[in-house]
Ligand binder design. Structure first.
Ligand code: PAF
Length: 271
């Protein structure tokens, strides 16, 4: 991969990387389409990264379909797929991790203590290996995007990051590979997450900007879904993820993580 990336740069090509864990849905495809528009060569990485899963999480069960992903990526004009195996990325004796302090302990970091350390470590490795000039991520994982942006700034990586809006199912549920875990009843309940964010938006439109009030209303919407259990709902500053008492125009992230049955789903809006 590194030899190919060097050759692409020698030919004067700009490289875009789309880092993924595979099992593509429309959200991934929108990232690839964006990459195709902004670069001369598109590399899609497919790697289910063990270091970002906790000991009791779904690494083993995470859905995988490499052949289908490869076909879809090719159809959208991907030039290279980088699909290493775990031993190549983390050979025996691997000991080096990258961590963005503070940001990675908030929101999802509260219940997934080592998740973002795994994400930043693998993403930095992927940037190095593919020599990406541009990398494309989804805003669905808003915290991930902000943490990677901070890492890129702090470590002078020189890679340009592009965030792409969340792609949704017809009823508003944010697309996620984990949606495949939901039973039909849970799938109906899952839309409560999006509905709670919609409700927040509607309140803000009516000039209700008190965070406690909005959060209470969101909890009520989610609580009405039988299989839902809230991990967190928060209204935070989009730069430092610190909780806000009131919505700040152009600066606010409203984020939720909710267990639907045994499946933990996340969603957010920026206002
Ligand atoms: O968003 C994801 O799928 C993963 O966290 C990423 C960025 C590919 C790192 O493994």
């Amino acid at each position: 991969m590194k030899r190919i990336a060097d050759k692409l740069h020698r030919e004067g090509k700009r490289i875009a990387l789309v880092p993924t864990m595979g099992y593509f849905h429309e959200g991934h495809l929108s990232l690839i389409r964006k990459a195709r528009k902004v670069a001369d060569a598109v590399i899609v990485s497919i790697f289910v990264n063990p270091t970002q899963f906790g000991p009791n999480e779904d690494f083993e069960h995470y859905p995988r379909d490499f052949e289908r992903d490869r076909r879809l990526a090719r159809e959208l004009g991907t030039d290279y797929i980088f699909g290493p195996d775990v031993k190549e990325m983390y050979p025996a004796g691997y000991r080096t991790y990258v961590e963005v302090e503070e940001l990675s302990k908030k929101l999802c970091g509260m219940s997934r203590r080592t998740h973002f350390r795994g994400v930043t470590t693998v993403v930095l490795k992927l940037f190095e290996i593919t020599k990406a000039d541009v990398a494309v991520f989804g805003w669905k994982d808003a915290q991930q995007f902000l943490i990677i942006r901070k890492m890129a700034r702090d470590l002078n990586l020189g890679v340009k990051l592009i965030g792409v809006p969340t792609v949704r199912e017809r009823d508003g549920l944010a697309m996620s590979s984990r949606n495949t875990y939901l039973s039909p009843e849970e799938r109906c309940d899952a839309v409560a997450i999006r509905n709670s964010l919609r409700h927040a938006k509607a309140m803000i439109k009516k000039r209700i900007i008190s965070a406690p009030k909005i959060l209470a209303a969101m909890r009520k919407v989610i609580g009405a879904a039988k299989s839902a259990r809230i991990d967190y709902v928060e209204i935070v500053d989009v730069d430092n993820l610190e909780p806000l008492q009131a919505v700040k125009k152009g600066k606010t992230l409203i984020a939720a993580a909710v267990f639907i049955g045994g499946t933990r789903l996340i969603d957010n809006i920026r206002v």
